[in-house]
Design a protein around this ligand. Structure first.
Ligand SMILES: NC(=O)c1ccc[n+]([C@@H]2O[C@H](COP(=O)([O-])OP(=O)(O)OC[C@H]3O[C@@H](n4cnc5c(N)ncnc54)[C@H](OP(=O)(O)O)[C@@H]3O)[C@@H](O)[C@H]2O)c1
Length: 278
């Protein structure tokens, strides 16, 4: 007797869903946006640079996907409300949100010879704003249509800087730690108040070369900086990640394949977090 194996195949499809991606103009965000479109979703590209939003959206549409360029600053409520209205007008629903906007603020990083007392308090606030408020505010503005329909998946972006002390990087580490805690808090709160269709998780990438960290990791000739060398020495796989290596976990978290997963932080780091360096 043969039985169908269909019910054992996880559903990774995002067909007919609409996903907003903040930071969709960045190194990781652009790749994530293309992947979400490839999984079948309508994608809304959010970043401050209007031309970059249009360029990512156009490239997705040219490849047969469905995308909307919706420039906005994640720290400005009115601009995010406009994105929500434009999204609902064009696609009729919001099913998913990737809070990808973020990054380090150089002045919130200790200089090589500085002591803690030199840390700039305004820069510390800026980096908290970008990485924490810049996740909190879009979530608060884009979640109501998900609550209304009782379904939605939110993916935040954390970092290895939350795992332990990464020297010099004070503000960014604190901000990502706050984002991770908020991921767990919101996961519990949404499920308790609105049911099992609303989920919140996070990806915690290791080290990927992007605009906001390039100068920290690589010299102009492409060789490793001292810091880049230290990171590779503490990464058992002995390399940086490539953006496409985030996509399996991202599509899993956004899709029904992870429908009992909420409050999780998925580490994608070549072994960095589990290695003592010894
Ligand atoms: N690369 C890594 O190794 C790594 C590791 C762990 C976590 N992450 C996280 O991954 C995410 C993506 O970073 P990335 O490495 O791809 O860096 P990136 O290339 O510098 O991208 C940063 C993105 O954030 C957007 N952004 C910055 N400020 C914004 C604001 N106020 N409003 C709206 N959008 C804003 C930028 O868009 P506009 O310039 O158009 O505004 C850009 O799309 C960040 O949260 C970062 O912290 C990265």
């Amino acid at each position: 007797m043969t039985t169908s194996l269909d019910s054992y195949r996880p559903d990774f499809s995002l067909t007919n869903r609409t996903c907003i991606i903040t930071g969709g103009t960045g190194v990781l965000g652009t790749v994530m946006a293309r992947s979400v479109a490839a999984a079948g979703a309508n994608v809304v590209i959010v970043g401050r640079r209007a031309e970059a939003c249009a360029s990512v959206a156009n490239s997705i549409e040219a490849a047969g996907g469905s995308a909307l360029a919706a420039p906005a600053d994640v720290l400005i409520r009115e601009q995010l409300e406009e994105v929500r209205e434009r999204t609902l007008e064009r696609f009729g629903a919001i099913d998913a949100l990737v809070n990808g906007a973020g990054g380090n603020v150089p002045a919130a990083t200790l200089g090589p010879d500085d002591t803690f007392t030199a840390l700039d308090a305004d820069a510390m606030r800026d980096v908290m704003d970008l990485n924490f408020q810049g996740t909190f505010l879009p979530t608060q503005i884009f979640v109501p249509p998900m609550i209304e329909r009782g379904t939605g998946s939110i993916v935040n972006i954390s970092s290895m800087a939350t795992v332990g002390a990464v020297t010099r990087v004070a503000g960014y580490s604190a901000a990502k730690a706050a984002t991770e805690n908020f991921t767990r808090w919101l996961a519990a709160t949404l499920a308790l108040q609105h049911g099992d269709g609303l989920r919140v998780n996070a990806l915690a990438p290791g080290f990927f070369v992007a605009e906001q960290n390039r100068r920290l990791l690589l010299n102009e000739d492409g060789s490793l900086t001292e810091r880049g060398t230290a990171i590779i020495a503490n990464t058992p796989m002995r390399r940086f990640g490539t953006p496409d290596e985030l996509l399996g976990a991202l599509i899993w978290l956004l899709s029904d394949a992870s429908r009992f997963v909420t409050g999780s932080v998925v580490t994608i780091d070549g072994g960095f977090a589990s290695f003592t360096g010894v």
